[in-house]
Design a protein around this ligand. Structure first.
Ligand code: CTP
Length: 400
């Protein structure tokens, strides 16, 4: 399965380090050339000899090891990798990577690596939930890391909760997806809009909303991984996913222009952007000053174009996916929008539910399709939600 793939397997010093042996063995059995790199603490939990025997390759622990075939250890590792995989990843190493610190063979190899990066964090629940760790994980996600969320259960420290290394089979499944991505969107052009729009009031102020853009960016990244040509129209402040063409847009009018200019050549459009429904009719060309004689300021707003509705009206061959973020009556609103905007799919989420709100990394989606078809999905990462949405898209295209 993985013939010709060179995998660098990083192992950190946590109790779950011993499970890395199963992963090394599975990769090797499936044809990969596996090169392990361990932190000094990992080598206290599991002998490098075990990994050397399983992979038939020397194991790097000391960055300054010399000898035939080693070269500069971290560069040699990074250069040869088709993927760099860390199982388990500890809070300490996650923090170092997020900060760009390279003080041992593993973290130096990470800094030098340009291949796909994957990690499976494992640690005590409180450590995992610590805001510093969550912040570091969010940074790594923005840097393009594929992060497998830990499972919940009995931890080695006696606690019960999040932080457990997922079952080896779950890690294997995730690695298979990383190493052999499905190419079921190859040959398709996907246009994704993401994030909020910003409607100018004057040169220094604007009206916007709480959308972070994370969901749309996840759709763009996953569509690209699955082989599509992807154009992302967005004003969000996130890192552009690798291989995706970004068109920056600010206001709804600008977003409409960008979308319409690409529309004819698109096969799939995913309107994940939270488009402002109204804009200031005549934004001031100078900063508006407050005055002593008036405690009120009235802004005159006019309706913005409804981009999705226009796309629905002009639709020829495109498959149109809209979003509906609601706080109540999700089914009724999503079904009505699906019909009104002539979309082929409406992804609904109730933003009042925990884990489905703004600026979080998870979502709970329901996909509505014509004919009263409604599919509910469990709480998952936005990356997984993107996979669900694109699975439904591929399925709908197959049925055409
Ligand atoms: N949308 C759009 N142009 C707009 C408003 C919304 O293209 N001016 C798109 C969004 O990107 C989303 C879908 O339409 O895919 C639904 O957006 P939403 O804001 O939920 O619906 P609205 O039609 O604006 O209705 P309301 O705000 O009243 O819920």
């Amino acid at each position: 399965m993985f013939a010709n793939k060179k995998i660098v397997l990083g192992i950190c010093g946590g109790i779950a380090a011993y499970k890395a042996a199963d992963i090394a063995s599975w990769l090797k059995k499936n044809g990969a050339d596996v090169h392990c790199v361990m932190t000094a603490n990992a080598a206290k939990f599991i002998s490098p000899l075990v990994l050397q025997a399983l992979t038939a390759n020397p194991v790097a622990v000391d960055e300054f090891v010399t000898g035939p075939g080693w070269g500069i250890v971290h560069i040699a590792l990074a250069d040869k990798a088709d993927a760099l995989v860390i199982v388990p990843a500890t809070a300490n190493v996650i923090g170092k990577i997020a900060a760009g610190i390279a003080d041992d063979a593993l973290t130096s190899a990470v800094l030098a690596a340009t291949c796909p990066l994957f990690m499976a964090p494992a640690m005590n629940t409180n450590m995992y939930r610590n805001p510093a760790v969550q912040h570091n994980l969010a940074t790594l996600r923005e840097h393009g890391w594929h992060i497998l969320p830990p499972a919940s259960g009995h931890l080695a420290c006696g606690a019960v909760g999040e932080g457990k290394l997922p079952d080896v089979t779950v890690i294997e499944e995730a690695l298979q997806k990383l190493l052999l991505p499905r190419q079921d969107l190859a040959g398709k052009k996907v246009l994704v809009t993401a994030g909020p729009t910003s409607e100018p009031i004057d040169p220094v102020r604007y009206i916007t909303n709480r959308s972070s853009g994370k969901m749309g960016y996840a759709v763009a990244a996953v569509a690209r991984e699955r082989g599509a040509e992807v154009v992302l129209v967005s004003g969000a402040h996130l890192a552009t996913p690798a291989g995706v063409r970004l068109i920056k847009s600010g206001s709804a009018v600008e977003m409409r222009e960008a979308v319409i200019s690409e529309y004819d050549t698109c096969d799939i459009v995913v309107m994940a952007a939270a488009v402002a429904d109204y804009r200031v009719a005549a934004p001031a060309d100078r900063k508006i000053k407050k005055t002593d004689d008036n405690d009120e300021l009235t802004l005159h707003l006019v309706k913005n174009p409804d981009i999705l509705r226009e796309l629905g009206e002009k639709k020829t061959h495109q498959l149109l996916v809209g979003f509906a973020a609601e706080t109540n009556d999700l089914d009724a609103y999503a079904t009505a929008k699906l019909q009104k905007k002539n979309a082929d799919m409406l992804v609904g989420n109730d933003v009042s539910r925990a884990g489905a709100g703004f600026d979080v990394d998870t979502n709970i989606i329901t996909i509505f399709q014509p004919g009263g078809i409604k599919t509910e999905y469990p709480l998952c990462s936005k990356q997984q939600a993107a996979e669900y949405i694109l699975d439904a898209v591929v399925e709908a295209l197959r049925g055409r």
